[in-house]
Structure formats: C-alpha cells, structure tokens
Design a protein around this ligand. Structure first.
Ligand code: SAH
Ligand code: SF4
Ligand code: F3S
Length: 456
C-alpha cells in the first residue's frame, strides 16, 4: 500500500499555492493524499506568521498532533512556510514541540524529497531554512486544489517593507517569473479545463520591474487576456502606490479580467500611512479609487485595514472610518495591529498610549461601519442579473451550491439547476453581509467565450 500524506495550510493564497507544490512533489514520490492526519505517514503544516494569532493556532495544532506522533513514531511531522523563516519561531518549535521531525522554509520547498529523506534518517529535528531564495524554481510538480479555479504565481517576495509587516522577511526580495513561463502554465491550465485563473503575488502590480526587458503587469494582463479559450482572470494583491492609470486603462480594456479590485488601504490617516511606509496619501488613494470607478463601471472594491498601529490616535482612527464611509467598500478584512519581531513598528510600541482593549474596541467600531456598508451594497444588487462561475456544493448544505460573480461576490444557488465548474446566469433574490442568494435564470452556460464579458 502506498504511503500517504496530509498537508494543512494557513495564510494567504501564496501559501495555498505552495502547498499545491508540496503535494505535487509528494505525489511524484509515490505518496497518496490522506483525508485526516491520523491516516498519514507524512504530515506537513504549511504555516503563516502574519499576526501572532497565526503562530498561536499553529503551535496549538502541533500540540494536538503530539499524541499521533507518539502513537505512530514512523509518522513524519514537518513544519513549513513563513513561520519557519523566523528564527524566534523555530526556537519556540524546538522548545514547545521537540517531537517535530522537520522544519523548512519558503525558499527551499522544492527540496522536499531530499528533506524527507534526511529527516527519515535523522534522530534529531532537521531544520533547513534558507535565508535567501535561489532565483525562481520552475516546472515543479503540483497538485491543484481549487476545482476549476487555478492560482498562478507571477511574482514572489516583497520589497515594500511596510513597517508592520513580516512578509519581506519570510518571502524575500521580489522575483518575477518569466512571462513565457507564466503564459505557458496558463495555456496548459486552460487546456486542462480550468475556468478561472488568479495571478498571485504580494504585489502583482510591481511585476516585471526586475525583468531584463520592459514588460510589466499591464503587459502581462493583456497577453493573458488574449490567450485562446481563457475564462475569467483575477489577480491578488495590488499595492495602491503601483496602481497606475495605465494599469486601470488595461483593466478597462481587457475582456476576461474580472471587475474586482482588492486595494489594501491599511489606514485613512496620512500620519499613520507615513509611519507604515505605505508611500501614498489618502488623497492619492482616493484619486485611484475614483479613476477605477470611472473607467471600470460596476467594479467591486475590497480592502485590508489595520487598527491600533503604534501611535494611532482617536483622530487617526476616525479618519479611517471617514475613508471607509467615503469609499464604501464591498467588503474589508480588518485587523488589530500585531507586533512582529524584527519589524520597524515594534520600536514604537513602548510609546503607544493606546491599550489593547481600546484597539479591540476600534476594531469593533470599524467592523460595524464596514459590515453595514457591505450589506447595503449587497442589498442594492437584489433583482439584478449576474453571470457566476459555480464552484460546487456548499459546506453547510450540499443541495446549495456556491458561486462567484466577476466582482467576486459569493452567491448561493440551488444546486439542481446549475453545474459545478460551469458558468450560470442568476438573479439575486436576497442579500446578506457576506453572501447573496440567487436563482438561476436559464440553462448553464458552458462556453467561456459566451460567458466572459456579459452581465457586467
Ligand atoms: N501584500 C499584501 C498584504 C499581505 S498581508 C498587501 O500589501 O496588500 C495581508 C494583510 O494583513 C495586510 O494587508 C495587512 O492589512 C495585514 N497585516 C500585515 N501585517 C500585519 C500586522 N503585523 N498586524 C496586523 N495586520 C497585519
Ligand atoms: Fe507586507 Fe507591505 Fe509587502 Fe504587503 S506590501 S506584503 S503589507 S510589506
Ligand atoms: Fe502569511 Fe506568509 Fe502569506 S506570513 S499571509 S503565509 S506570505
């Protein structure tokens, strides 16, 4: 019987994508997927370390896996991903979870087969974390997990050094993939029947600045948009500073690129933005938002916001509320600032007069505003028709299928009248804060060419 593996993933889509590459390598080695860690010979945790609560959850999970490891000493337990890139976190793993067999980071996941061999032979914890990436690894096997939606990396790493953020330290400097590699990968995915491609990067719009030729994110979008048979195209994440008028024109002109912009603002106060090292002002951000709305009618807009950044005053916070009311986001991911070891902002914590309790109250006040607007925006869609890409049965009720609009709105539809992995035309019947309910208005749409560009 073949040996089996189990991977649990935390964090962003880049980490999800990495897990697909980990899974692909394990399958190339002859492993088969297991449903649960109890049934697996290799268990990998692909970790995130963006906020402290991620570390806590992952260490908790290691604690829960300990009995499995005791019961089955042959089981190989590995920790991968961003948390492994942080030396303090590795020390914590050594102390709190000495039964872990293998720790490796984001820069050497392509070495998984060797690492497993090494850990199998060693009686001690094998820790192999590279501080720097060795270029870009192409042609690694991967096992995709997103149904008909596929993620494609276009740029790795981040050079922005926002003062709160650990990512530049866990993912290294920006490295763009060669355009021909990206396009070849997408062509193959389209041929395999994938309906939606999401271009991934911590900053997709800085794509290409490190290539020898002049070729940027707008060029790439145009080339992807022209691929024969391409379905829907999304991209994650965009930095407001690089969201140029030329990019907005490209988004307006491309047919297959969806009308959803995730544009993390982080704060509505210029003083805070400056200390965050975001390199834009509120006025510049609003100008970009207005241009997007003018050139891409119906575009949905989502964001990320941090409250309680060191030194954020009540007035700074109110400026964030003001900005949210002005932009009226379709939705927002909101966080309380979490100090990350080694980042600049932690130095300002000692002088921060705001208590944790007050920061959490700010988060609640912000969420009230964000959610009320999200709901109003969704309610305004009732009665309207949209084209959606159907994902499949929902977790709560398998007779109800989940689907998404081009604007990335999550829509629930009765399962019997739609097909998983196909486009459908639906009419919105009810609105909630996070989801919409809808009824199909006709037969499933099968042709990507038919589907794209309609019902915007
Ligand atoms: N590259 C993306 C963000 C990746 S992290 C971008 O720049 O848009 C996702 C979000 O986590 C960030 O947008 C930010 O809102 C939040 N975040 C990052 N570091 C954080 C920290 N130390 N504390 C709280 N939230 C943080
Ligand atoms: Fe972190 Fe800023 Fe880079 Fe985003 S742009 S990953 S928030 S440093
Ligand atoms: Fe987390 Fe690393 Fe992504 S820290 S958010 S998994 S880049």
């Amino acid at each position: 019987m073949a040996e089996r593996y189990y991977i649990r993933t935390w964090g962003c889509q880049m980490n999800e994508r990495d897990s697909e590459v980990l899974a692909g390598q394990l399958e190339a080695m002859g492993y088969e997927p297991a449903e649960r860690p109890e049934e697996a010979d290799v268990v990998l945790l692909n970790t995130c370390t963006i906020r402290d609560n991620a570390d806590q959850k992952q260490l908790g999970e290691l604690g829960r896996l300990k009995p499995l490891k005791t019961a089955n000493p042959r089981m190989l337990l590995g920790v991968a991903g961003c948390m492994a890139q942080v030396p303090e976190a590795v020390e914590r793993i050594r102390r709190q979870a000495p039964f872990v067999d293998l720790v490796f980071g984001t820069h050497n996941l392509h070495k998984l087969p060797e690492l497993i061999e090494k850990a199998r032979r060693s009686d001690e914890m094998v820790v192999d974390v590279w501080q720097y990436a060795q270029g870009v690894q192409e042609h690694l096997p991967s096992r995709r997990s997103g149904g008909v939606r596929a993620w494609v990396n276009i740029i790795y790493g981040c050079d922005k050094y926002c003062t709160y953020c650990i990512v530049p330290y866990t993912r290294g400097r920006e490295r763009s993939r060669r355009p021909e590699e990206i396009l070849a990968e997408i062509r193959a995915l389209v041929a395999q029947g994938y309906r939606e491609i999401t271009l991934l990067g911590q900053n997709v719009n800085s794509y290409g600045h490190d290539l020898p030729e002049r070729y940027d994110f707008a060029d790439l979008l145009r080339d992807v948009d022209r691929l024969p048979g391409i379905g829907w195209v999304r991209y994650m994440t965009s930095h407001p500073r690089d969201f140029t008028p030329r990019l907005i024109e490209t988004l307006a002109e491309t047919e297959h690129v969806c009308e959803h912009v995730h544009l993390p603002v982080q704060s509505g106060s210029d003083a805070v933005l400056k200390r965050m090292n975001r390199k834009y002002t509120v006025a510049q951000y609003l100008e970009t938002v207005d241009r997007i709305r003018e050139r891409i009618p119906g575009a949905t807009l989502t964001t990320d916001i941090i409250v309680g950044f060191p030194g954020e005053s009540e007035e700074d916070f109110e400026a964030t509320l003001e900005l949210v009311r002005r932009v009226r986001y379709d939705n927002a991911f909101t966080f309380v600032y979490s100090p990350r070891a080694g980042t600049v902002a932690t130095r300002w914590l000692a002088d921060d007069p705001t208590t944790e309790e007050e920061k959490h109250r700010r988060l609640e006040r912000l969420n009230e505003v964000v959610y009320a607007i999200a709901r109003e925006k969704n309610e305004a869609l009732v009665g309207r028709e949209f084209e959606v890409l159907v994902e499949g049965p929902s977790r709560k009720d398998p007779s109800v299928f989940t689907a998404r609009t081009r604007g990335n709105k999550l829509v629930l539809v009765p399962g019997e009248r739609v097909r998983a992995g196909e486009w459908a035309r639906v009419r919105i019947t009810r609105a909630h804060t996070w989801t919409l309910e809808a009824e199909p208005t006709g037969a499933p749409l099968a042709q990507p060419a038919l589907a794209a560009g309609e019902a915007r």
